[in-house]
Design a protein around this ligand. Structure first.
Ligand SMILES: Cc1ncc(COP(=O)(O)O)c(C=O)c1O
Length: 350
């Protein structure tokens, strides 16, 4: 059923300098909210940003039926605002929802909500070169009932927050061979809240040990690299872009997909395959040029300077001519409208 979105706007606050604020701290003026009841999406609204009313018995608070997306809008060179890769985020959102037994969001509802919300709060899309508007669509189970069951009622919401550089320094990461983020057949490919909660403890331990992040390995053998924090793991070894193949336990990252497509467009060899962390160590020991980086919406390309494996630090290449920086800049150029959008990734809203 088509949903009409009612919009309750408020007078625009002057957008102050948000650059010094930590990631995700400040919401824009409006939010989107729709309710799922009696098998239908209803009451779709854009309202001033506000707190929720939720029963303490809401199922999401007990059994983890929560799913989210993370996407961004960019200020283009000509001043217009572009939401990046709406279709891929929409598909991934619905795949995650299906995995968690949550109702699908219709395409028109998702796209209309995004377009209306981002247009209304367009003044919040930073003009700085490294700024963007982070967009968080998410769904929670709201049915009030403390019984282990699939909920019958949900809220689908979207909130936004101005964002700048996520990591300011190249990272030191630890190859994690004790703890597991996701196992075969689990929920690793879904963007559901529990995956993140479960990663906090091993990540906190790694931080205490002086690392910025962990590099997860597979749950069965702990030999194959999976991903890192909220980023897919990518490597450039002697000019080839290599990333772990999708295995069902890593996220199908939009940045990963975009960087692989750009590399292929530029004639750079791309390999999507299982990678043992030992292969990295051997390449580094053999004196090959190894670049390592995390790829994700929030961090874009986060260079990894040091990888710690079995008690030893290995240094990766982070020189200014690194391929990862060229890939990042090509991606930014498409988003900003400086380079042609040959794949149709930009959705211009304002
Ligand atoms: C676990 C995980 N892996 C990878 C990514 C990168 O995905 P994307 O490029 O779509 O942001 C994210 C962030 O969304 C993530 O949370």
């Amino acid at each position: 059923m088509e949903q009409t979105i009612s919009i309750t706007a408020q007078a625009h606050r002057k957008v102050t300098d948000t650059k010094s604020l930590p990631f995700g701290k400040v919401a824009t003026e409006h939010m989107f909210i729709a309710h799922y009841r009696n098998g239908q999406w209803q009451d779709a609204q854009i309202t001033p940003f506000q707190d929720l009313v939720l029963s303490p018995m809401a199922l999401c608070l007990h059994y983890g039926q929560t799913v989210f997306e993370g996407m961004k809008a960019f200020r283009m060179e000509d001043g217009r605002v572009n939401i990046f890769r709406v279709e891929k985020h929409f598909d991934r959102f619905n795949k995650s929802l299906a995995r968690m037994c949550m109702p699908a969001v219709p395409h028109s509802l998702f796209v209309d909500a995004l377009r209306n919300l981002v247009s209304l709060d367009a003044d919040w899309v930073p003009t700085d070169a490294d700024g963007s508007l982070y967009i968080r669509p998410f769904m929670i189970a709201t049915e009030a009932r403390i019984g282990v069951k699939v909920a019958d009622e949900y809220m689908f919401m979207i909130v936004c927050s101005p964002a700048f550089q996520y990591y300011t320094q190249p990272l030191r990461i630890k190859v994690e061979t004790d703890y597991v983020r996701a196992a075969d057949g689990g929920t690793g490919e879904a963007k559901c809240g529990g995956n993140y909660g479960g990663a906090f403890y091993p990540t906190a331990l790694a931080r205490e040990q002086g690392f910025d992040q962990v590099l997860w390995t597979d749950g069965k053998t702990h030999e194959y690299i999976e991903e890192s924090g909220t980023m897919n793991a990518m490597f450039c070894i002697d000019g080839t872009l290599i990333t772990p193949a999708r295995s069902g336990s890593i996220l199908d990252g939009v940045t990963r997909d975009s960087l692989m497509a750009i590399a292929r467009d530029k004639g750079i060899p791309v390999e999507e395959r299982p990678i043992k962390y030992r292969e990295l160590v051997e390449a580094l020991q053999a004196g090959k040029r190894v670049e390592a980086f995390g790829a994700g919406t929030a961090a874009v390309v986060a260079p990894i300077a040091t990888i710690w494996v079995d008690g030893q630090d290995y240094t990766c290449y982070t020189g200014s001519d690194a391929l990862m920086y060229r890939l990042r800049n090509w991606l930014l150029d498409i988003r900003k409208g400086i380079a042609p959008d040959v794949h149709g990734w930009n959705y211009i809203v304002a």
